[in-house]
Design a protein around this ligand. Structure first.
Ligand code: ZN
Length: 451
């Protein structure tokens, strides 16, 4: 009788904590290559989407492009009984804002918010860019189709909205088209400030910038690998946090890095055909992207992109030189690959918007003891089923070990020595979705009784 009860318990816990959510597979299947292709073609056909290009025409320029993106989001919203709140968010830049601003201009972002059922201020964000460029970043007249950079990221964002709008989520999802990327990350900066001003609690930003090229400039062809760039630790940390790290660790465990690990784990769980590649840096060497302005304000955010770039096809005037074709044209985009990377985003958005919030004030202790102890503040969410402790060797890029410890606010791992591992805690929802892992930010002080 007792044995039998135990078996049921084991099966039950397997079901709750190991089994995958079939809705996630449905989401992957629903992403349409054809729709992504159509959208990339539409965006490339606006001729140029340079930040300073024409805003009046309905056929050419960034004005036409953003109005079309807004109308696509509105169509999606209409099909889900107005489940999206669609609006423009804009900021004004002037020629004083940098050498890449040839004239005073409104930087206009297109925003679609899918409100979660919990009516909270927690948001997970997917971004692509509206704007494009050719060889000269301030040339706003000549063609700059930007098929890969970054019509792919924008098309993926619109497609994620189409698919995810068929589901209800606990927390808010934002589908975001940003502008002014190529001249100084203006759109991201403006939107990050907008989010901060409105007290958004951002779960994470998934910046998609070039998700369609599978042929590297060196000829390598790879339609399975993609990169997740994440900065090591937040730039906004305090001096105390910085100096604590020297003694307690955490050099490779900032919030954006945890988000990157989350995407890596979800991909290998649900899309094992893909090879996510963690890159332990903010962005490519000396180059930038739209996750950075969010990181600048202390928000967690990563860049998702192709593994092999083709420099002949990015930031280039359309031309043939010495037999080499230059320019960011449709022929350089692999739509199936853009579909896969869109799916990676969509399942991450879904999982995070279904997950319970991450535990706060995670503390750790165990100095000169055989066990490691963790302590955290419980999350208030009726869907929570408990917490999971993760640990890994200090040299491992991914969390290697985990233990579900139930609905408690502290736990002692027997026989695990604090010195030899890094630790973290996540929350687990009834549907099995997990929050991002939280690295401890404080120490449990042991008070010794003196006799
Ligand atoms: Zn670019």
């Amino acid at each position: 009788m007792r044995k039998c009860y135990l078996v049921v318990l084991v099966i039950c816990s397997q079901f709750l904590f190991s089994q995958t959510d079939t809705r996630v597979y449905d989401i992957i299947k629903s992403i349409s290559t054809k729709r992504i292709e159509n959208d990339i073609r539409t965006l490339a056909n606006f001729g140029t989407r340079n930040t300073f290009s024409d805003t009046i025409s309905n056929k050419r320029g960034i004005g036409a492009a953003r109005r079309w993106i807004k109308s696509e989001f509105e169509k999606v919203s209409k099909d889900c009984s107005n489940c999206l709140e669609v609006f423009y968010q804009k900021d004004f830049v002037t020629t004083n804002d940098g050498e890449r601003v040839p004239k005073d201009t409104w930087i206009v972002n297109v925003v679609a918010v899918q409100k979660g059922t919990k009516n909270s201020n927690r948001y997970v964000i997917m971004t692509g860019d509206i704007d494009s460029r050719n060889s000269d970043p301030i040339d706003f007249t000549k063609d700059a189709p930007g098929a890969n950079d970054n019509a792919t990221g924008m098309a993926g964002t619109i497609e994620a909205a189409r698919v995810l709008s068929k589901y209800k989520f606990d927390y808010n999802i934002v589908y975001l088209g940003l502008s002014g990327e190529e001249q100084g990350l203006f759109g991201g900066k403006g939107f990050a400030e907008f989010a901060k001003k409105n007290n958004w609690d951002i779960i994470g930003v998934l910046n998609n910038d070039m998700i369609g090229n599978i042929e590297g400039v060196d000829g390598v062809i790879d339609n399975r690998t993609f990169r997740i760039f994440s900065e090591p630790t937040p730039i906004t940390e305090t001096e105390k946090e910085k100096s604590n790290r020297r003694f307690y660790g955490g050099e490779v465990d900032g919030i954006s890095r945890q988000l990157a690990r989350y995407i890596h784990k979800l991909t290998t769980t649900y899309m094992p055909e893909m090879n996510p590649m963690m890159v332990y840096r903010l962005d490519r060497f000396g180059r930038g992207g739209h996750h950075r302005p969010f990181n600048d304000l202390g928000f967690s955010g990563v860049r998702i992109m192709e593994a092999h770039e083709n420099y002949n096809r990015q930031h280039q005037d359309l031309r043939v030189e010495n037999g080499i074709k230059y320019g960011d044209v449709i022929e350089g985009v692999n739509f199936e690959y853009a579909n896969k990377l869109t799916a990676v985003n969509a399942i991450t958005l879904a999982s995070l918007a279904w997950a319970t919030p991450e535990p706060k004030n995670v503390k750790i202790g165990g100095i000169v003891q055989p066990n490691t102890k963790l302590k955290w503040d419980k999350v208030s969410d009726e869907n929570i089923i408990g917490y999971k402790i993760y640990w890994r060797l200090t040299t491992s890029p991914q969390w290697e070990f985990s233990r579900f410890v139930g609905d408690v606010d502290n736990f002692e791992l027997q026989g695990i020595v604090i010195d030899n591992y890094y630790f973290g805690v996540s929350s687990v929802s009834k549907t099995g979705h997990e929050s991002v892992v939280v690295f401890p930010n404080d120490i449990i002080r042991t008070t010794f009784k003196r006799n």
